[in-house]
Each structure stands twice: as structure tokens, then as C-alpha cells.
Design a protein around this ligand. Structure first.
Ligand SMILES: [Ca+2]
Length: 510
């Protein structure tokens, strides 16, 4: 759907037009389907937090149990080349919620003082506008300020935490001081000390399903597990008593605990007779953590390199399942490249609702879900996490994680182990140019304050001797200060390119 050739991305206006043309046709199809008296599907969107790429039996794990997620895959479609929008929480969630790259969604990094801007349009807003009941129980992490919280972003009902992580029993923020309680029902602080938070999510989800069983609904369940703190219930820990690796044991127990909670919500869907009316989507938000709070890591990326925070496959290429019994294939797998930002337009497609009236980056993958032969809608995909970035085009993937660009051919090298950059400089140049065009495009048209924020935080100066590791604002071509002027004339370096490194190499190559 979106052109991304060597001459750069199509203009936003052109792309928006294409999206709208596609949406109009799909909308007409869905309307025809519902005209026969069928109700539009409910949507149950379930997200795991920091679940690794290989940490589910149906994805390859042999040492941990995920029976309910495996069963979900067996009655739906499982993706083997599914990517999220970022290897950290907030940008990944912003991308999922808006159908846009995190940069275009206004949240290139984790929410802190600033969250996702209120003018962004979420799946909840899109479906709510079409009459869906909307609920969110779990982790938000898309902003805590006025206009940024769940009720302001389309959710009629919310119970959960606003920040990145909580202790599951006290419901206090689990990152840094000062200690603060972070559990909310809508905009009111909510207290249930001592109650295991994932149990609250299950309880609220089941209540929501009971209450709205007669009406189309969108239920978003972003579980806060198996993200640290590792707090699986004792009986799940005992399931893995024989496991030698203590970190893997804590992690596996937490994954199985989450699988149990998901199974109970899916069981409620069955009990209420709603399964055949409900599109269920499951995904993880980013790769497994190796942070200290996760004891250095218990998750697995299987054959992939990397983990949370990185732009290697292990940070981005994750489990994703879709199920809708009786309406989409069951027990099948797909190898086409798909992306979290595709879910908003795909949901719009299946539900027969209008897309948001601004450009989105995802595309409906309905044809991919329904056929292994349908083409991927993506000619190229991009990631920018801090100063790390990656672009994938076909089987080629270019990663910038350190001083030198790393080029892999994923068809032959899933582990991104061999750097082919020197053998294929033409591919490096082509992919780098794609990424620069993408960066310029995702920055265009945003409000000025946002532009400054993103330019300053996301895009880094090429690592020439005087600009090493520094981020500079991008405000047109004219240097605004003497220091910037100096950087633009680094002796011996060709710094003509503002955003990406490959053309910023020592004079004479290298
Ligand atoms: Ca996460």
C-alpha cells in the first residue's frame, strides 16, 4: 500500500489518500456484511509486557507452559514475522493504539512528564465513535497528564496503573522514588492493597464482558506481566521447582501465571457465548528484559539476537495471534511481514468502521490473515529507539547500534550474526536513505513543540569526531549556533547528511 523505494517515501498526503481509498472499499464490504443482520465483531485486545520472542510453546519454548495461548493459536492464526513499533513499552503501545509509528504518534520514548498527545486517535476512540463500549484494565503507560489518561483517549472504563510498572500487591510504582501509589479507577485513585493486580484485571474484564455481552465492545487488556517485579503465585513457581536457572524459573512461572489469567478471560468469553462474535488479538509489547529488576533476564529470544531496548530481532519480532472462530482460518501460521500498527486498520476493516481522518502508517492485514499467499503491505519498516535505529526492506535489515552500521540478510541469518555491510555498500546506502526519508516524513506536519521534542530526543548527529553521541535539534538547514556551525564542518568528514551515518564517513571511505 505504501511506496517506499529508493527515491524515498511517498508524501504523507498521497499516502493518506491511498489509505482512505482502501478504507472506503473495505468499509463498503463490511457494511454489506452487517446489512445481512450480522453484528459487528467485539474486539478483545490482549497484550503481554516484556514477554520474549520465544516464550510460548507454540513459538518454540519447550521449558515453560502456555496452554491457553497455545490453544488460542490453535483456533486462529499465528504470525512468525510480526513486529512491534518499539523495543520499549510506551512507544510500542502508542503505535498499537494509533496505527502509527511512535514518532508520528508523538511518543518516541517512554511516557514520563509527557505522554501521548491527546489529539492522537486510539482504537478505542475509533470504535467508540462507532458505538462500541470501551474498557481498559491493566497497564496504560501512555501518559498521566490531563488529556493523556485512558478516559481522555477513548476508554469509558479504566482500572489499572498509569505508569510503567507496579508492585502487584501494594500497587506502588516499582521503579524509583519517591514512593507513590499508582492504581486508578478512571480518574479516581483506587485502593485494594494486598490484592494481586492481575487478578483485578481478570475480575474487571469478566465484569465488563457480563455487562456488555449484548452490545459490541472493545476490551483492551494490557497485562503488566511478565514484566518485573517477578511475582508469580507460589503454585506457579512450584511448577518449575526442577528448573536449574533461577531467573528462568521466576520468569517462566510469571508467564504461566499470565497465561492462566488470559485463559480465564477467554473462558468467560466462551461461557457467555461470545467467542464466535469476538475478534481476539494477542501480542507482546517488546522483547524480554535483561534489566537488574528482572534479575538480568529470564526470557528468551530463541534464535534471535537482542532483547528489550535493542533494535535487533529479539527486541521487536514477537508473538502475535489473532482468533475469530468461524470467521478466520484456524490453526494456521503466516510468514508475511506484519506490524502492530496494522491492527487499528485491520480492526476497522473487520468492524466496518471508518479510519481516523489523519494519515496512519499501518494497513489492514485482513487478506494476510485469510491467505498465506497474500502480500505483506509493507515494503519497508522502521524503528528508532533513542539513538538506535533499524530498517527492514525485504530480507535485508540495517541496524545502527553503535559506531558501525550492521547489515543482515534475515533469510540466511536470523541471528543477525554476520555483518554484510562491507560486501553490500549499495544496500547499506539504499536502506539508510530509506530511513532518513522515513525520519523526515514522520517528523513532518507535527506541531512545533512536538517537532522539537522528537528532533532533540530521537535523531542523533552522525558520529563524526566533533558530534560523537550528541543529539542536535533539526530546525531547517541553517546552523543556529557556533557549536552547530563547527559540527557542520568537521574536517575530514562528509557530514552532508543530517540524520543517518552512512554518508557521514571519514573522507576517502572507511
Ligand atoms: Ca514492556
Amino acid at each position: 500500500m505504501m511506496a517506499a523505494g529508493a527515491d524515498g517515501w511517498a508524501g504523507r498526503g498521497v499516502r493518506a489518500c491511498l489509505v482512505w481509498i482502501a478504507a472506503a472499499g473495505l468499509h463498503a464490504g463490511a457494511a454489506a456484511a452487517t446489512a445481512a443482520g450480522e453484528r459487528p465483531p467485539n474486539v478483545l485486545l490482549i497484550m503481554a509486557d516484556d514477554q520474549g520472542a520465544w516464550d510460548m510453546q507454540c513459538y518454540g519454548a519447550t521449558d515453560l507452559a502456555t496452554p491457553h495461548l497455545d490453544a488460542l493459536a490453535s483456533r486462529g492464526v499465528r504470525f512468525r514475522q510480526f513486529y512491534v513499533g518499539s523495543s520499549i513499552c510506551s512507544p510500542s503501545r502508542a503505535c498499537l493504539m494509533t496505527g502509527r509509528y511512535p514518532q508520528r504518534a508523538g511518543l518516541p520514548t517512554n511516557a514520563g512528564k509527557r505522554g501521548m498527545p491527546t489529539e492522537q486517535i486510539t482504537i478505542a476512540e475509533m470504535l467508540g465513535k462507532a458505538g462500541y463500549r470501551t474498557g481498559l484494565f491493566g497497564k496504560w503507560h501512555l501518559g498521566e497528564g490531563e488529556g493523556e489518561r485512558p478516559n481522555a483517549q477513548g476508554f469509558e472504563e479504566f482500572l489499572g496503573h498509569r505508569g510503567g510498572c507496579i508492585d502487584n500487591y501494594s500497587h506502588y510504582f516499582y521503579w524509583s522514588g519517591p514512593n507513590r501509589h499508582d492504581l486508578w479507577r478512571n480518574d479516581e485513585e483506587h485502593f485494594e492493597p494486598g490484592i494481586f493486580f492481575p487478578e483485578i484485571v481478570v475480575r474487571e474484564a469478566c465484569r465488563f464482558l457480563e455487562a456488555h455481552r449484548e452490545h459490541p465492545f472493545f476490551l483492551y487488556l494490557p497485562f503488566n506481566t511478565p514484566h518485573y517485579p517477578m511475582q508469580a503465585e507460589q503454585h506457579f513457581i512450584e511448577m518449575y521447582a526442577a528448573m536449574q536457572d533461577a531467573n528462568r524459573q521466576r520468569y517462566a512461572a510469571f508467564v504461566t501465571s499470565m497465561d492462566d489469567k488470559i485463559g480465564r478471560v477467554l473462558g468467560k468469553l466462551d461461557e457467555l457465548g461470545l467467542s464466535r462474535d469476538t475478534l481476539v488479538i494477542f501480542l507482546s509489547d517488546n522483547g524480554h528484559s535483561v534489566e537488574d529488576r528482572a534479575f538480568g533476564g529470564g526470557g528468551s529470544a530463541g534464535p534471535y539476537r537482542g532483547h528489550k531496548f535493542t533494535v535487533w530481532e529479539g527486541g521487536l519480532r514477537l508473538p502475535c495471534i489473532v482468533s475469530w472462530p468461524g470467521r478466520i482460518p484456524r490453526g494456521e501460521v503466516r510468514d508475511q511481514i506484519v506490524h502492530a500498527m496494522d491492527w487499528l486498520p485491520t480492526v476497522a476493516d473487520y468492524c466496518g468502521v471508518a479510519l481516523p481522518g489523519h494519515p496512519i502508517d499501518g494497513a489492514s492485514i485482513r487478506t494476510v490473515i485469510e491467505s498465506p499467499d497474500a502480500p505483506s503491505p509493507h515494503e519497508a519498516l522502521h524503528w528508532q529507539v533513542g539513538e538506535r535505529w533499524a530498517v527492514r526492506s525485504g530480507d535485508w535489515k540495517l541496524v545502527r547500534d553503535g559506531k558501525q552500521p550492521h547489515l543482515s540478510n534475515l533469510a540466511a541469518d536470523l541471528a543477525e550474526a554476520t555483518n554484510l555491510a562491507e560486501q553490500h555498500p549499495d544496500v547499506v546506502t539504499r536502506l539508510a536513505a530509506l530511513h532518513e526519508a522515513w525520519a523526515a516524513d514522520t517528523l513532518a506536519g507535527t506541531d512545533k513543540a512536538l517537532f522539537e521534542l522528537k528532533a532533540g530526543q530521537v535523531l542523533s548527529r552522525p558520529e563524526c569526531p566533533r558530534g560523537r553521541g550528541r543529539s542536535i535539534p533539526l530546525q531547517g538547514d541553517a546552523p543556529r549556533s557556533r557549536s552547530m556551525a563547527r559540527e557542520r564542518s568537521c574536517p575530514g568528514w562528509d557530514c552532508a547528511t543530517r540524520l543517518v551515518a552512512p554518508t557521514c564517513t571519514p573522507a576517502g571511505g572507511g
